[in-house]
Design a protein around this ligand. Structure first.
Ligand SMILES: NC(=O)c1ccc[n+]([C@@H]2O[C@H](COP(=O)([O-])OP(=O)(O)OC[C@H]3O[C@@H](n4cnc5c(N)ncnc54)[C@H](OP(=O)(O)O)[C@@H]3O)[C@@H](O)[C@H]2O)c1
Length: 261
């Protein structure tokens, strides 16, 4: 174990924003422990090793406490310098049309698993008075997400939680940063069953650019980062728009049948 290198843990690193975050870490010289729920994580690890750092991978379900324990055990006691808690899942369609086991999985992955991981790794950081935490929230957290209601609620939770614990840790050697992407080109919308919606089919941000902004904000210890001018305007407007109006606007983006032709 090279003692002189920093060590980052990245969740949801098999694809999308998480894989790009892991690439940013590797290029900056962090050794990596990466995790996801499917075997594709091993292919990501093989690719990341080519960047010259040590990469271990864990195939675990981070919607469960056992899966999070498995990930923490895989660090083999090595102090985590940077935790990038990124794993997350979406779910489209009207709330009452969604299957409850999928609803619960969104909450368990995005909230429960994320909190448990941050609690475990954050405790070690507090003992050492040192660490960087990046949480992937979303600008979706600013809007009541009609036809994506539970997902947006989980991101509102994370956006809020991130600022709250950042304040609790102010003055310590630990910083907490919330990455708030807008719609980004990844597997996300296909997995969320939203390819018949406007947002699922519209042009989206580049995952590498989103991740780079998040990584840089984490390194410099910023509180949050919203990427891209359009998203910055959208989130600023959301802050002064009534919730009922935002929910109506969200319908136009996320209701099944709104896909661009
Ligand atoms: N794409 C967007 O428009 C957008 C916008 C704002 C925020 N975000 C957030 O960005 C984060 C990354 O999403 P993405 O867009 O990059 O989507 P993605 O390509 O679908 O990647 C999601 C990652 O999370 C992992 N994951 C999901 N559930 C998991 C579980 N239970 N246990 C372990 N790993 C799990 C996936 O691994 P497996 O494939 O192995 O399950 C995958 O590596 C999420 O938190 C998402 O909410 C995305």
């Amino acid at each position: 174990m090279p003692a002189n290198r920093y060590f980052a843990m990245v969740t949801g690193a098999s694809t999308g924003i998480g894989l790009e975050l892991a690439r940013c870490c590797a290029r900056a010289g962090f050794d990596l422990l990466i995790a996801a729920d499917e075997p594709a994580i091993e292919a990501a690890a093989d690719e990341l090793r080519k960047l010259g750092v040590t990469v271990d991978s864990v195939h675990a379900d981070l919607a469960t406490l056992e899966g999070v324990d498995q990930l923490c055990a895989a660090s083999r006691g090595r102090p985590v310098d940077a935790l990038l808690a990124n794993a997350g899942v979406g779910l489209g369609r009207a709330f009452l049309d969604q299957e409850f086991n999928r609803i619960r999985r969104v909450v368990d992955t995005n909230i429960t698993g994320t909190l448990y991981l941050i609690h475990r790794i954050g405790s070690g950081m507090r003992q050492r008075n040192s660490g960087r935490i990046l949480i992937t929230g979303s600008i979706a957290g600013f809007m009541p997400g009609s036809f994506q209601a539970v997902y947006n609620g989980t991101k509102a939770f994370l956006d809020s939680f991130s600022f709250a614990i950042r304040e609790e840790l102010r003055g310590s050697g630990i910083t907490v940063t919330c990455l708030m992407p807008g719609a980004t080109e990844t597997e996300f919308f296909r997995r969320a069953d939203m390819m018949d919606t406007y947002v699922g089919t519209a042009k989206k941000d580049d995952a590498a650019e989103v991740a780079r902004a998040g990584f840089e904000a984490m390194i410099s210890g910023e509180g949050d980062v919203v990427t891209g001018l359009k998203n910055k305007i959208q989130s600023a407007v959301a802050n002064v728009t009534p919730a009922a109006v935002l929910a109506r606007q969200h319908r136009r983006m996320a209701e099944p049948g709104t896909a661009r032709s």
